[in-house]
Design a protein around this ligand. Structure first.
Ligand code: UD1
Length: 312
């Protein structure tokens, strides 16, 4: 019987959490519908019990939660532009799926659900850094959907006594992030293109900034959230990031050095639903979880480029 369930286990963040749990010798079940997750991401996770299933089906949620103590809920259609193109699909796989999972977790007697929130919930307000006590201001269907999931977490903690912890991730990157879709994260796309000697496109003037967060920091925060005392963390939401930001233009020039790409970037129209700047205050996760980043941006980017270069 698995102690841990990871949803989205064939996706970038889910598979990374599952790998860390397995490395600790834990028993893990993973579920993924393989819409954006990939079977190839399961390589190395052979000791995980894997269900190819969809959280939009309540029965599959029930099967996945059976006997489990802690759920890491990473499954989502994680893309702002994808949600602009298909808001109903994003709602189904982010909101309905989350609600189904929570109902199944409650009914199965799961103790704690840890949820992948999104910094997009803060929207385009000028105040930086983003603190958890700021009012949400979602500006894309994706941000609305991820925020709705957060609210369901809180409600299930209040109403049913399920322990829930929301981690608001800021632009996560690293090995196993899919670089092949135009819905992919910018660093994955840029690494792949620049290593192949192909020109990347910066949408807008490149002066937008992000608190890019290396995957190991996110895995670390999740493991801390699983072990933190309920009195401290249940029903809470906190940022998970590095607490520093870099513009896309600066990022491009760091990547030029790391990849040995010697061309320029192309510039295209700004993307609809994009926010300008993003930077997290990470004090709350420090206070509640003892979290601080373990890998900085440049080191993370170096490891990421090495991983894409190795053709893994
Ligand atoms: C958003 C969310 C983030 C979420 C992610 C899922 C915010 C602050 N963050 O990130 O929480 O997890 O979506 O995808 O809203 N870009 C280019 N060229 C490209 C691709 C992207 O210039 O080829 C630009 C985008 O226009 C954007 C920036 O890079 O300005 C980052 O884009 P992306 O990696 O998709 O993430 P966000 O939209 O910031």
């Amino acid at each position: 019987m698995a102690k841990y369930l990871v949803t989205g286990a064939a996706g970038f963040i889910g598979r990374s959490i599952a790998a860390a749990l397995l490395k600790r010798g834990e028993s893990v079940r993973g579920i993924d519908n393989l819409i954006t997750g990939k079977r190839s991401n399961l390589v190395g996770l052979e000791s995980m019990e894997f269900i190819e299933g969809d959280l939009t089906d309540p029965r599959q949620c029930a099967d996945a939660c059976e006997g489990v103590e802690i759920v890491f809920h990473e499954a989502a259609l994680a893309s702002v532009p994808r949600s602009v193109a298909d808001p109903a699909g994003t709602n189904l796989h982010c909101v309905t799926a989350t609600l189904n999972l929570l109902v199944a977790a409650r009914d199965a007697g799961v103790r704690r659900v840890i949820y992948a929130g999104s910094s997009s919930a803060y929207g385009d307000t000028p105040t930086l850094p983003k603190r958890e006590d700021m009012l949400p201001n979602p500006i894309s269907p994706y941000a609305v959907a991820k925020l709705a999931g957060e609210q369901y977490m809180r409600a299930f903690a209040r109403v049913y006594g399920l322990e829930t912890v929301v981690l608001r991730y800021f632009n996560v990157f690293g090995p196993f992030q899919d670089p092949t879709s135009h819905y992919s994260g910018v660093l994955a796309i840029f690494c792949r293109r620049m290593l192949a000697g192909e020109q990347p496109t910066i949408y807008g003037d490149g002066e937008q900034s992000r608190d890019f967060t290396y995957i190991d920091n996110v895995v670390h925060a999740n493991l801390l959230a699983a072990n933190a005392p309920a009195e401290k963390v249940s029903g809470q939401m906190m940022n998970v990031a590095t607490g520093s930001r870099i513009t896309l233009n600066e990022t491009f020039s760091v990547l030029r050095d790391l990849t040995a790409y010697d061309g320029d970037a192309a510039f295209g129209q700004p993307r609809s639903g994009d926010i300008r700047d993003s930077l997290a205050d990470i004090a709350l996760a420090g206070e509640l979880l003892g979290y601080k980043p373990i890998v900085n941006f440049k080191e993370g980017l170096r490891r990421t480029v090495d991983w894409y270069r190795s053709g893994s």
